[in-house]
Design a binder for this molecule. Structure first.
Ligand code: GRF
Length: 189
């Protein structure tokens, strides 16, 4: 039986789209639902292109168990956060122990934690004169960006790079590695 993975996203969803495309013909993994805490997130349009239903849930629905109930009805085995900005509540962490992973657009433990998302991360990396940045794929626990690290990949940051330049390099790393790492982690879980 295929492993059923829910994709959680709050924004553009370019990683979601990349993951969906990568596994389009997979006999081992399927991505039957996309879940967002934003009704207007572009990720909904991206999911639609691939006929994957996407759902909007309010912040409170994540916390009061509504989302968990939905995931259980959908017999979801694993959760992947791809640009999902809400904190994952305890009810989901206990129902999916070791089965929720996230991608962070920097080399954790640096540049992580509350408020460190999207362009804020790349701005902080450039402002602090870092010589490299990259991606971190990690398990999700009760603290933002602190779960066990599964995989990292690096890119150089040049003194002339703008935050947008860094974002471009980091996105390229995300597209290159995230789907493969998801496959590896899910299949060994
Ligand atoms: C990515 O950089 C990801 O690492 C971070 O949020 C961004 C989402 O981008 N957590 P997109 O919505 O997949 O385009």
């Amino acid at each position: 039986m295929k492993k059923r993975i829910a994709l959680f996203a709050s924004g553009s969803g370019s990683n979601v789209e990349n993951i969906i495309r990568y596994f389009m013909n997979s006999c081992e993994l399927e991505f039957p639902v996309v879940i967002s805490n934003r009704s207007d997130a572009p990720v909904h349009e991206r999911a639609k292109k691939y006929n994957i239903p996407s759902y909007y849930f309010k912040k409170n629905d994540f916390e009061n168990g509504e989302v968990l109930k939905f995931l259980q009805e959908e017999t979801i085995d694993f959760i992947v956060l791809a640009g999902f900005l809400l904190k994952v509540p305890d009810n989901l962490l206990s129902a999916y122990p070791g089965r929720i992973i996230n991608i962070h657009p920097a080399l954790l433990p640096k540049f992580g934690g509350k408020g460190m998302y999207g362009s804020h991360v790349h701005e902080a990396v450039v402002a602090s004169g870092e010589k490299e940045s990259g991606i971190t794929i990690h398990y999700v626990n009760e603290n933002y960006d602190e779960g066990q690290i599964i995989f990292q990949a690096k890119c150089p940051v040049f003194p002339t790079d703008s935050p947008e330049d860094v974002a471009r390099k980091v996105h390229a790393l995300e597209y290159e590695h995230f789907p493969r790492v998801i496959g590896e982690v899910v299949l060994r879980t």
